[in-house]
Ligand binder design. Structure first.
Ligand code: GLC
Length: 449
């Protein structure tokens, strides 16, 4: 049978049918009004749906953030936080955000940003200046650490609010220090000697574990060592490059010597933070370079080294000071978000004192609100905060420049070549210095143009 004869088509047949039922009734108008009501209903329904706010975090932080996310969603049933799991290497996460912006409108409403990303993201116009919102909300910026805040500034704007800070440091086994009858090391040489003795005289196989993979973590390790020799990577004020100075070469040689002497396994060139943490928390390493979160991990109830670990500032050359690479994470709002007000609510919640306090008590991180260092509840949970505060005094930032990602990449590549014996320390640092200067000079030329 012909379908049209079974289902008369609108409007010809149905229209005339309707007109026949109630002649003179304005059917077209009535139907248009009905459709409008339906549409409005759909809009209302959509408005009832929570707004979704998305951002990427490194895999290692997914669980750590969940408690605060649940709390936020309970307080704000109209907002859903959509946490997207990223890789653990900080610079790989930066690449994901960068690619999303380069491809057009980023699907991310917030950028959970490392301390070194903002000059690039702000210069590219990917993130919002938060200054007006901060002023309108009455937020007291003086309650944040000056160094953490500074990393969120670009030209006259403030683009990132700090959520938590970070500093790199040396962890060591107190029971083995006692067993060997020595004091914890102050210098690079002392660290090597004690590590070797620990391997020879006690039951640890590894002397010293750190982060040697070609990624951002390697750069943070290097910043501590080069500064500990009295050198520098890039001077933030003059943009001078210090990589072809003797201190830089000494720093690379120190890292290489840890592998050559066997205190560090050759596999360290594949280590991220978690890879260094595993053998240390299993009781198989004497020293570890890591961030504050490792404290909570090594003192977990089921940890074999619980209560046998202390921390101190990184070792350094005689006559020099220790350095603690400044890290940390905070929030910026994407310029392309359709929900800036909801995104700001998330930022306000996470950076608030109470949220930071809860987060650092749960995860042993460094607060970006310094008064939390002396908060009674924090001190009760973590008596080691006294030592942590001492480490934080040596906080050393990475250079706050728009070309940071490129400069870090250059350093990573040449450090990695030297650590895997493809280049000498000297040749690697000379090349790295030359390439870094070229990047910085082209940045200067663009700025002058
Ligand atoms: C930590 C630091 C971050 C750094 C990263 C390197 O997450 O907070 O600043 O870039 O480690 O692995």
């Amino acid at each position: 049978m012909d379908r049209t004869s079974k289902w008369p088509t609108w409007p010809s047949v149905w229209g005339s049918q309707l007109r026949r039922w109630i002649p003179g009734f304005p059917w077209s108008l009535a139907i248009a009004a009905f459709i409008a009501v339906l549409g409005y209903g759909a809009v209302l329904l959509a408005q009832d749906q929570p707004v979704s706010i998305s951002f990427i975090v490194r895999s290692v932080e997914m669980d750590q953030l969940q408690g605060l996310i649940d709390e936020f969603e309970q307080e704000n049933p109209d907002i859903d936080i959509n946490l997207i799991e990223g890789p653990n290497a900080a610079d790989s996460v930066e690449n994901l955000y960068t690619t999303s912006f380069l491809l057009g409108d980023s699907p991310f409403d917030l950028i959970y940003s490392d301390v070194v990303w903002i000059p690039k993201f702000a210069a590219a116009g990917w993130v919002m200046d938060l200054s007006e919102r901060i002023e309108a909300s009455g937020l007291d910026l003086d309650s944040f650490s000056a160094a953490d805040l500074a990393s969120g500034r670009y030209q006259d704007g403030l683009y990132r609010l700090p959520f938590r800070s970070d500093v790199g440091m040396l962890y060591y086994r107190t029971d083995i220090i006692d067993q060997l009858g020595v004091a914890p090391p102050e210098t690079f040489e002392e660290l090597k000697e004690i590590a070797q003795r620990a391997q020879a005289e006690t039951d640890v196989d590894l002397g010293y574990v750190w982060q040697g993979l070609q990624y951002e973590g390697l750069v943070t390790n290097f910043v501590e060592i080069i500064t500990g020799y009295g050198g520098f990577w890039i001077d933030a004020d003059t943009l001078e490059v210090g990589l072809d100075q003797p201190e830089a070469v000494q720093a690379v040689e120190f890292l290489r010597s840890t592998i050559e002497t066997g205190i560090t396994p050759a596999g360290v060139t594949n280590y991220l933070e978690e890879d260094a943490l595993r053998p240390f928390e299993n009781g198989n390493a004497m020293f570890m370079r890591n961030w504050p979160y490792a404290w909570a991990e090594v003192n977990a109830e089921d940890s074999p080294v619980r209560g046998k670990v202390a921390l101190k500032p990184m070792v350094h050359a005689p006559g020099q000071e220790p350095a603690a690479c400044l890290g940390g994470w905070g929030f910026a709002i994407s310029k392309s978000t359709p929900h800036p007000d909801e995104a700001w609510k998330v930022v306000e919640f996470f950076t608030a004192r109470q949220s930071q306090k809860q987060f650092i008590i749960e995860n042993a991180y460094v607060p970006s609100r310094p008064d939390l260092f002396t908060d009674v509840d924090v001190l009760n949970a973590y008596p080691h905060y006294e030592e942590l505060k001492a480490v934080a005094e040596f906080a050393t930032p990475r250079p706050p420049v728009g070309q940071y990602a490129q400069l870090s990449d250059i350093l990573q590549r040449y450090l990695s070549s030297a650590l895997t014996n493809q280049m000498t320390a000297e040749a690697a640092m000379e090349k790295a210095a030359g390439e870094s200067r070229r990047v910085l000079n082209s940045g200067r030329r663009n700025a002058d143009a």
